[in-house]
Design a protein around this ligand. Structure first.
Ligand SMILES: Cc1cc2nc3c(=O)[nH]c(=O)nc-3n(C[C@H](O)[C@H](O)[C@H](O)COP(=O)(O)OP(=O)(O)OC[C@H]3O[C@@H](n4cnc5c(N)ncnc54)[C@H](O)[C@@H]3O)c2cc1C
Ligand code: SF4
Length: 515
């Protein structure tokens, strides 16, 4: 059996980032990824292929609490979900690391303060080429360095939106974007600033994803090995149950086994929980590292809504994701609890609306779908989802079940109402704020699990968390987790940069440990 210093399972925001951080150490590192390289093909940028045919979504079947099957919106490739993500790379707010009272309950504190993660946020912003402007976002946490790249400029209609918002008394800001765009030197810019970014793979590898900026740089080191199409199905331990001794992989229809001094799970929140739960044994009867009964619980995924407003003038924007609004992040004048974050989502295209005709035409009967797409200005509204123990992943006979009940519906409704109430002042049709199900890939709410988190939270108390402060399993000496499953709470901004930063923090701990 091949033996490594470190085995990393999953190559997304958590695993890919960790691989890059550990690679220069010279340690023998094995990356196990169940997916393949995402093919570079014209379909990367074809709206129908990506949004209607779901070309890059796994055919996996999961089940809801009633046993109803659904196709989850997850992506198994080198780079994981970041191959398709919108690359809005936000830091959590400083306050998100403390306890925050919400309409539906408490968002629990993290076991580390913002200040402990801050240097790693800075490093993650550098590794992932984040473009932004400090000092504009009123809720922005303190930072030790400027953004490594200037903010991506607004195109004219979005600049007008920013001006109109400011004139109405709001504080819009340039959103942090992970794209390798050099506006000062367009002929040499890797990114061409196109309209097929958010939710699409990047055909020219200019998106700051964990394949291009995590795994590939790691593989430049001869001590790093990647196996694709290598699905980890089980972790076996020594007879005392104190250390993982074998990582069991299904590859090309056969079983292979690998050993690592350190084993790191980074399969994404649902799949990391699944792996630990299906690794139950005599010494870990409830699943690996699950003496606390926390593994699989506290699943969160953001109460997000993609909506479009209809601009009076046409909106010719190509890359729309340049603006954010956090004025309601912690509440509003008529609501004492947090509402959430408002940002832009990739520009609507008529082909995305296929299947949405009934709803769209009911709300705007005089509009054709093509005309709607031309006038659309698209927003992404996110309210924090609270961790509930009953919202959980369980595994029976290898089948993943996701039991989920929405939290914070009142705050979500109010955030939508706030945005709708602004439209008249923003040169948009005041009556229409239309839901865009296509972006969510599916109108079954739990299937839109892009922002999945929780299921394996870290903490100081082994009775209420699965992992310790270094994201090592309380009950095992050599098992770590570095994906979004470690989040004790999710905040209302996008999760990837936090997963990357935390992975770098755990990486520093591992470098010390492996010395
Ligand atoms: C369409 C879309 C848009 C998004 N937009 C944004 C955004 O703008 N900003 C943002 O911050 N976040 C965004 N996200 C979310 C972001 O991509 C995720 O939060 C982030 O990638 C999670 O990182 P992770 O390491 O937890 O999991 P992932 O990145 O999903 O990586 C998990 C990896 O593990 C692999 N894997 C799973 N099971 C196994 C197994 N058993 N064996 C081996 N390998 C396995 C998977 O194939 C995958 O490569 C978006 C997501 C999607 C889908
Ligand atoms: S906007 Fe840039 S990073 Fe995004 S898909 Fe287009 S070329 Fe790639």
């Amino acid at each position: 059996m091949d033996t490594y210093d470190v085995i990393i399972i999953g190559t997304g925001a958590g695993g890919g980032t960790l691989a890059r951080h550990l690679a220069p150490s010279g340690k023998r590192i094995l990356l196990l990824e169940r997916g393949d390289w995402l093919p570079r093909e014209l379909e990367n940028w074809l709206t129908e292929a990506v949004f209607v045919d779901n070309r890059y979504v796994t055919p996996d079947t999961w089940y809801d609490a009633d046993g109803t099957p659904f196709q989850p919106g997850v992506h198994y490739f080198v780079g994981g979900a970041t191959k398709l993500y919108g690359a809005a790379l936000y830091r959590l707010r400083k306050e998100d690391f403390g306890e925050l009272r919400h309409h539906d309950g408490v968002s629990p504190a993290w076991p580390i303060a913002y200040d402990e993660l801050e240097p790693y946020y800075t490093l993650a912003e550098q590794l992932y080429h984040v473009h932004g402007a400090r000092g504009e976002d009123p809720t922005e946490p303190p930072s030790s360095a400027p953004y490594p790249h200037p903010a991506v400029s607004h195109e004219p209609r979005i600049q007008q939106l920013a001006d109109d918002l400011a004139a109405a008394g709001y504080r819009p800001f340039h959103a942090p974007c992970g794209i390798m765009l050099d506006e000062s030197n367009p002929p040499f810019s890797t990114c061409i600033r196109c309209s097929t970014c958010d939710g699409f793979p990047c055909l020219v590898h200019a998106k700051s994803d964990a394949d291009v900026l995590g795994v590939r740089p790691a593989l430049e080191h001869p001590n790093v090995t990647l196996l694709t199409n290598a699905k980890v199905v089980r972790l076996d331990t020594n007879s005392e149950g104190t250390a993982v001794t074998e990582v069991v992989v299904e590859r090309d229809g056969a079983e292979e086994r690998f050993a690592g001094d350190v084993v790191v799970a980074a399969c994404g929140a649902a799949n990391t929980a699944k792996l630990l739960l299906q690794s139950a044994s005599d010494t870990h009867p409830n699943g690996l590292a699950n003496g606390s009964d926390q593994v699989g619980r506290n699943y969160m995924f953001h109460d997000s809504t993609a909506v479009l407003a209809l601009s009076r003038e046409e909106n010719a924007t190509a890359y729309q994701k340049t603006l954010g609004l956090n004025d309601f992040y912690f509440g509003s004048d008529d609501f004492d609890y947090p509402l959430g974050n408002v940002q832009m989502v990739g520009k609507s295209q008529a082909a995305m609306f296929r299947g949405e005709r009934p709803q769209a035409t009911r709300l705007a009967p005089e509009w054709t779908l093509e005309r709607m797409a031309r006038h659309a200005i698209d927003f992404w509204l996110s309210t924090e989802d609270l961790p509930r123990p009953e919202n959980r992943v369980t595994v029976n006979d290898g089948k993943l079940t996701l039991a989920y009940t929405e939290t914070n519906a009142e705050a979500k409704k109010r955030l939508y109402a706030k945005v709708k109430s602004m439209l008249g002042k923003l040169d948009m049709n005041p009556d229409h704020l239309i839901h865009r199900f296509a972006y969510m890939k599916n109108d079954i709410p739990i299937a839109g699990c892009a922002h999945q988190a929780g299921t394996c939270r870290f903490g100081t108390d082994a009775a209420t968390s699965a992992l310790d402060v270094n994201c090592k399993a309380h009950e095992l000496d050599n098992l770590y987790v570095v994906d979004t499953s470690v989040f004790p709470s999710i905040g209302a901004v996008n999760p990837a940069l936090t997963a990357m930063a935390n992975s770098l923090r755990v990486g520093d701990h591992l470098l010390e440990r492996l010395k």
